[in-house]
Design a protein around this ligand. Structure first.
Ligand code: BGC
Length: 414
């Protein structure tokens, strides 16, 4: 990369989420996995048969074990080894989640061993000079909290505040970057509207209620954290889609894009803009929309069948900057790509788009790839592979993918 515009202290890193890597969790997701694994395996042909890699994934997706997070990739016990890999890739930042259900397994009872674990975990990152980015909530919750209705009820925010205060007191001294919530829009819509994820509701009003309460949850967590640590940088990880009109000349297509942009991208950020020190941006999707619905090009597609347009992040970076004038950190970005066919191209395109954005004056401060390691991909289970590092779940052996080596070389050259 010639004439790099990346600032000297740019955060180069990778992201993970507690439930997707740790193993041994007990939360509302693990309960749901056990109750739904058979059904998901039986319906797998309906969901995946259209994918070009169907012959390769068929056996795994029709096996109920695919849908159980189980011992994860044992990151909870192998984190020291994983941090060495972060270093080996030349990364200086690592995003991780802490698991509420471990810290407060029963209402009001804190597990000191779990607290000590995360304290040691953060200290281990610091010791290696890796900047920790802590996520407080990445969709999983203790079952006692979801039994009470979780974020469906405004009065439950009392438990959330208590959790945030506790984490802030116990772990706050070790972290400068905090993401309170991961992708509230995805959680609200997939869990409460589409009904594909727990608690599997199909209720637009409920969805809006949850969405609103998550905005309150963020604002409250922000105030709690900043009161104690005014210098900490607190935000959310927002999943933003690059919506484009199928036809630039069709006013209806353009109207649909404005409407979905507002609902999906801006609604939450507009309501929390006073409590965001930067914008955490997760990017996976460019969507060409027409008044008749989604009209994406036929390819290229990743393993999950998602249309790939990595440069689409460029338009989003500019749009976010124009609208909020706040620094941006890309908190997730990546592809499901078992054979590592597209990942290098995806990262190269993204780096180019980032350079263009920097040239245009966007205050971009970091790039965290999703994910460091192959991990548990929610209701799709174990088969999609997003990792810079492949993981063999039988031996738990980690192997750096060629694209990741290439990425490491690019960072080194900057
Ligand atoms: C989520 C991750 C997930 C990734 C790939 C993001 O929306 O935050 O947990 O693994 O997408 O699907």
């Amino acid at each position: 990369m010639t004439n790099s515009l990346f600032p000297k202290h740019f955060l180069w890193g990778a992201s993970t989420a507690a439930h997707q890597v740790e193993g041994g969790n007990h939360n509302q997701w693990t309960v749901w996995e056990r109750a739904n694994a058979e059904r998901l395996a039986a319906n797998a042909p309906e969901r995946y048969r259209h994918l070009p890699n169907w012959p390769a994934i068929k056996e795994q997706v029709c096996d109920p074990h695919n849908y159980i997070s189980g011992n994860g990739i044992e990151h909870y016990s192998r984190y020291a080894e994983d941090f060495k890999l972060v270093k080996a890739l030349g990364l200086n930042t690592f995003r991780f989640g802490i698991e509420w259900s471990r810290l407060e397994p029963r209402e009001g009872e804190w597990d000191d061993t779990a607290i000590a674990h995360y304290r040691t975990y953060i200290a281990a990152l610091r010791k290696q000079h890796i900047e920790p980015v802590l996520t407080l909530w990445h969709w999983t919750m203790p079952t006692w909290f979801t039994d009470k209705g979780a974020f469906e009820k405004r009065q439950n925010l009392h438990y959330w505040r208590r959790y945030v205060k506790k984490v802030c007191d116990e772990l706050g001294a070790g972290v400068s970057y905090v993401l309170t919530l991961n992708e509230p829009n995805v959680y609200a819509s997939v869990s409460y509207m589409e009904g594909r994820w727990p608690p599997q509701k199909h209720n637009a009003l409920r969805m809006l209620g949850v969405y609103g309460n998550l905005a309150r949850a963020h604002r409250q967590a922000y105030e709690i954290w900043k009161k104690r640590y005014p210098k900490a940088r607190v935000s959310i990880a927002a999943q933003l889609a690059n919506g484009q009109p199928r036809s630039r000349y069709n006013p209806l297509d353009r109207l649909i894009v404005c409407f979905t942009d507002y609902l999906w991208n801006w609604w939450f950020l507009d309501r929390t803009r006073g409590q965001l020190d930067f914008i955490g941006l997760n990017y996976y999707f460019t969507q060409y929309l027409s008044w008749r619905g989604l009209r994406n090009p036929a390819g290229p597609l990743n393993d999950l069948g998602w249309y790939m347009e990595p440069r689409g992040i460029g338009r989003l970076l500019q749009a976010v900057w124009r609208r909020y004038k706040k620094p941006i950190i890309i908190t997730e970005n990546g592809v499901a790509d078992t054979t590592d066919t597209h990942r290098q191209w995806w990262i190269a395109e993204t780096m180019q788009a980032m350079q263009d954005a920097l040239r245009a004056g966007v205050q971009l401060e970091g790039y965290l790839h999703w994910s460091l390691l192959d991990n548990f991909e929610w209701s799709d289970g174990w088969w999609p592979h997003f990792g810079l590092i492949a993981v063999d779940r039988t031996t738990m052996q980690r192997t750096i993918r060629p694209s990741a080596r290439w990425f490491a070389e690019q960072i080194k050259k900057l």
